[in-house]
Write a protein that binds this ligand. Structure first.
Ligand code: CMC
Length: 433
């Protein structure tokens, strides 16, 4: 067995099968079972994919044991700087390197050019019932973009990809804000080309026809930071969904729409809403922090301590730390406070002392403090997961592109272990018991 090409031996039914072992740049070993079925008619079993690498990727690195997150090798903490820039991070993730000044300016100009929605798409917002969940609207509108930009759907052309990617990122901000305006019965504002990405989003959310929203620099920076911290997180549930859908050569709009649907789930991006409901229930006297922990530990109770635990992080999620500090900074700049922040801190303190959470290595994740920062920015709770989606969009696009650029990529088609009846007979309805 040579060191350069290590192999693993699988012994099964008296047969010995040699399998190649791949090694990631971080030293992670992966047994390559991709030919196991074709050559030996054996499958592996890993229902929630906890031990399975589904792709090779060079976009985002997570070391869950040590609480490390890097985009294209750059530690996430380095993006927490004065005037952080989401558009720059989007470029970095999608195209693989930080943009030059010219690239950033051109990307920004393209974003500005495509920020408007087609008027008939804008009218669609009037057809959804008031109070509709904004995530449902976001997913539907992403799909509908394909109706307006059919010429950008063909795969394999870099310029068409850039056109589609720029449109979806830029229009997502307008769609997200309109979903909110519709839920409030407020008139839709047109984007302002003089504003940057996040400032424009805040304008679309909060300006009124007779009163321009004044965007504080600290609020615009906080919004940028939230989007940056959510921009990618390797093969999470929604990103894997985007990749699976994309592997069928579905277009970028359809693939991203599927990502929105996956993200909506309360175990994924929807957790930020659940955290807020939990903190509000404690604040309103509906439960104490101790009740909350007790319910989360009770295996008969489906309740979870939302914003805690992670498939990969067995340590503090680095994004949670940055978000907590950013929320404290915004409160101090605005000379305000939020009682929910104290409740969150108390819950964290109790959980981090409790053997249930300590033994299972459950720490605050990105969703634990993001809602508190979003509240400080003025974002209502029903928009939290939409903001997560807006932030995650460059990650979905980058991962979709990486997969499409791999000419060896086949359609994703997992196998199953069949446990049903091997053969049964159809019984006419009158003979059924
Ligand atoms: N509250 C109570 N128990 C928990 C929690 C929690 N938040 N998280 C994990 N556990 C328990 C879990 O029941 C299991 O217990 P046991 O060993 O007795 O069966 C043990 O901890 C280990 O869980 P796991 O295998 O590490 O969890 P998982 O990988 O299956 O699920 C998770 C990960 C994020 C879905 C889960 O931790 C969870 O439901 N957390 C609450 C929801 C949440 O905050 N989601 C956001 C995740 S981060 C951002 C994102 O992905 O969108």
């Amino acid at each position: 067995m040579s060191q350069e090409h290590p192999t693993a031996l699988l012994q099964i039914d008296g047969k010995s099968i040699e399998l190649p072992v791949l090694t990631g740049t971080d030293g992670q070993k992966a047994v390559d079972v991709s030919k196991l079925y074709d050559e030996h008619k054996i499958v592996t079993y890993d229902p929630s994919l906890g031990s399975t690498s589904v792709c090779q990727s060079a976009i985002t690195y997570v070391d869950g044991d040590n609480g490390i997150l890097r985009y294209r090798g750059i530690p996430i903490e380095q993006f927490d700087r004065p005037s952080p820039n989401f558009i720059e991070v989007a470029w970095l993730l999608i195209f693989g390197a930080l943009p030059t000044q010219d690239e950033r300016d051109e990307f920004r100009a393209r974003m500005t050019k495509h920020q408007l929605l087609h008027e008939s798409l804008r009218e669609q917002f009037g057809n959804v019932p008031p109070g509709s969940p904004p995530m449902a609207i976001l997913s539907a509108m992403f799909s509908q973009l394909a109706c307006y930009y059919e010429k950008f759907l063909p795969l394999g052309d870099e310029e068409l990809f850039v056109e589609a990617a720029t449109r979806i990122i830029s229009k997502a901000r307008t769609i997200a804000a309109y979903a909110y305006r519709r839920s409030q019965g407020l008139p839709f504002m047109y984007p302002d080309p003089a504003l940057r990405f996040c400032g424009n989003f805040l304008h679309l959310m909060f300006s009124l026809p007779y009163k321009q929203y004044i965007i504080g620099q600290e609020i615009e920076d906080a919004m940028n930071l939230v989007l940056i911290l959510h921009a990618d997180h390797e093969q999470n549930c929604s990103t894997s969904t985007v990749r699976i859908v994309g592997s069928a050569q579905a277009n970028l709009f359809a693939s991203c729409a599927s990502g929105v649907s996956a993200l909506w789930g309360p175990l994924h991006g929807g957790a930020n809403v659940e955290v807020m409901k939990m903190l509000e229930a404690i604040y309103n006297g509906g439960m104490t922090p101790e009740d909350c922990l007790k319910a989360a530990k009770d295996k008969q109770n489906p309740f979870k301590l939302f914003g805690f635990g992670h498939r990969i992080y067995k340590n503090y999620d680095p994004r949670a730390k940055i978000l907590q500090t950013a929320a404290e900074k915004v409160f101090s700049q605005q000379k305000t406070e939020d009682p929910l922040l104290d409740i969150a801190r108390k819950l964290e303190e109790l959980a981090l002392k409790d053997p249930y959470f300590v033994d299972r290595k459950l720490y605050p994740n990105v969703d634990f403090y993001s809602g508190i920062l979003l509240r400080a920015i003025g974002i209502p709770t029903n928009m939290f997961t939409v903001i997560f989606a807006l932030g995650r969009l460059p990650g979905w696009i980058a991962q979709w592109k990486e997969q499409h650029d791999n000419l060896n990529q086949r359609i994703c088609r997992p196998r199953q272990l069949y446990m049903g009846e091997m053969e049964a007979n159809y019984v006419p309805i009158e003979d059924r018991e």
